[in-house]
Design a protein around this ligand. Structure first.
Ligand SMILES: Nc1ncnc2c1ncn2[C@@H]1O[C@H](COP(=O)(O)OP(=O)(O)OP(=O)(O)O)[C@@H](O)[C@H]1O
Ligand SMILES: [Mg+2]
Length: 499
């Protein structure tokens, strides 16, 4: 081949029982380029890049690094050959400092002792080199996910990676953290490092990458030059049909008389004097910057945190849920933003995960129990387009985005009257996003009420009937549908209250 590639994947195939995750996929990365890898949930992106470290052993195919051929890799081999990977679910050690994490598994020693001082000095240099502002002594548990990820990047740079592979690095980051990560990527690129960048956010891909590889259903579809393509074309290639990023229409008469939830002067858990009403059949959007207190407010209503003052009135009665179980019994559900930490049971099946909240209910009808379970799980598998060979598959074998859909399905199965969605489409591909929007619509059409927390401005405006904006734990404004405007929301979101 005439081209010079640092890393090439040749005809990579990966078969699992019942699933062919990769069907002879080939791609090449040029020196100093940013190559984006895109595709729907379950397309095979993570599986493909895991073959580069040996985390996945391909059924057939070759990995070629600087002309050297391998039929499978190990983490050590990858590191020696200049390949570094930051996984979709990377985990830093929270109890160790930034410097210790940077040197994890490979500490600087003085004799037999670990030389903490030297590691801190080196870490300081490594962070400075990337313009990352982290004190090497800080415990990683005290850093935001954004900084934790910067440490992972610094680790890759420290081991002189020629190719840095990042699997959905922006998913957990705030927008300013994403900006700093982009700067680091561009700095690395200017130093000749190649980057493989996986993301569902097509605007990022358009902004950052030089070329884009599209996968669909484990197959290589196409490679595009970023400056010669556009978002619509990418979506069409990813989903294999025309699909606009849009919002389905909804037909609901909101009953302004019937208040499902009312908060009166509620404070606590980082929120301050919250007053709001949610009407039956309404989608109330909560806008604000990360840290504005939206998740915290959701937790108060759901009983996973407690108010210090004020009243929560649900369907005309004051409630004080001590824990989520009580809130669920009252008819309140919360689909958490951090779905990994909050309760996916990776070892058990899709079916059992989805049916979790209703086991109590269906076990009363013991005879039809298993039929009901299958029906229920199948309903949500279909409506959320959960990609799995069967509903009996353990959740750990699903792709990251499909695991999230399982958790969504579980909460929907709980059949609650008020559902709080915290960032419901994060990490979810474009096609499935639209399905989730349709699902939100059908929920309100069937008389349920929704609170939607979203940092995606378009989504918030596209889906809400009304938006309440928070900043620093307080409500700073409310917009009706005909007043929706990105700038107006941003202004309210960044408004700091005079004390
Ligand atoms: N250990 C496994 N056992 C069985 N099937 C698996 C296993 N790992 C992955 N798969 C399947 O391989 C396919 C590709 O998964 P992969 O995680 O690579 O998708 P992805 O493109 O990264 O998706 P996402 O955007 O959701 O992260 C999926 O259908 C998944 O269910
Ligand atoms: Mg993935």
């Amino acid at each position: 081949m005439g081209e010079n590639y640092v890393l090439q994947l040749k005809n990579i195939r990966k078969e699992y029982p019942g699933v062919t995750a990769l069907k002879d996929v080939s791609l090449g990365v040029k020196p100093g380029e940013i190559l984006a890898l895109i595709g729907e949930n379950g397309a095979g992106k993570s599986t493909l890049i895991k073959t580069c470290s040996g985390a996945v052993v391909p059924t057939s195919g070759k990995i070629v690094i600087n002309g050297k051929e391998f039929s499978s890799m190990t983490p050590q081999l990858a590191a020696e050959n200049g390949i570094a990977i930051i996984y979709q679910e990377f985990s830093s050690v929270r109890e160790l400092s930034a410097a210790e994490n940077l040197f994890l598994g490979n500490p600087i020693r003085r004799g037999i002792l670990v030389d903490k001082k030297a590691m801190e000095r080196e870490a300081e240099k490594a962070f400075a080199q990337l313009n990352i502002d982290i004190n090497p002594k800080t415990l990683v548990g005290d850093l935001t996910v954004g900084y934790q990820q910067m440490i992972e990047i610094a680790k890759a740079v420290k081991q002189d990676a020629q190719v840095l592979i990042m699997d959905e690095p922006s998913a957990p980051l705030t927008s300013s953290e994403v900006e700093s990560m982009f700067k680091v990527c561009q700095l690395l690129k200017s130093q000749g490092v190649s980057i493989i960048y996986i993301s569902h956010r097509l605007d990022e891909v358009m902004y950052l990458s030089d070329r884009i590889v599209v996968l669909r259903d484990g197959e290589y579809i196409d490679t595009l030059i970023t400056s010669e393509t556009n978002v619509d074309e990418l979506i069409r290639l990813m989903v294999g049909r025309d699909l606009k990023e849009s919002y389905p229409p909804r037909d609901v008469k909101i009953n302004s008389e019937e208040i499902v939830l009312e908060l009166q002067n509620v404070s606590g858990n980082g929120t301050e004097d919250i007053n709001l009403k949610v009407r039956k059949g309404e989608v109330l959007g909560l806008g604000g910057l990360v840290g504005a207190g939206r998740t915290e407010l959701g937790q108060l209503i759901f009983g996973s945190a407690h108010k210090t003052s004020g009243k929560i009135i649900f369907k005309g009665k004051e409630i004080n849920p001590k824990n989520p179980r009580q809130a669920i019994d009252l008819g309140i559900a919360l689909v958490p933003e951090d779905r990994k930490r909050h309760g996916i049971l990776a070892e058990i099946s899709v079916k059992n995960n989805i049916n979790m909240p209703i086991y109590k209910k269906i076990s009363r009808m013991s005879v039809i129990q298993s039929k009901k379970e299958v029906e229920n799980a199948t309903t949500y598998q279909e409506s959320l387009l959960i990609k799995t060979p069967t509903i009996h598959q353990s959740v750990k074998n699903l792709s990251g985005g499909n695991q999230q859909k399982v958790i969504l399905g579980r909460w929907l199965a709980a059949n609650s009257e008020l559902i709080i969605f915290d960032e419901p489409t994060r990490g979810i591909d474009v096609g499935a996003k639209f399905e989730i929007y349709k699902l939100i619509n059908s929920l309100v059409e069937s008389g349920k009420t929704i609170i939607l927390i979203s940092s995606e401005m378009e989504e918030l405006m596209g889906m809400s009937d009304r938006i309440i904006v928070l900043a620093e734990g307080r409500i700073t404004g409310e917009l009706q549908r005909d007043q929706f405007d990105q700038e107006a929301i941003m202004r309210l979101a960044s408004r700091v209250q005079e004390a």
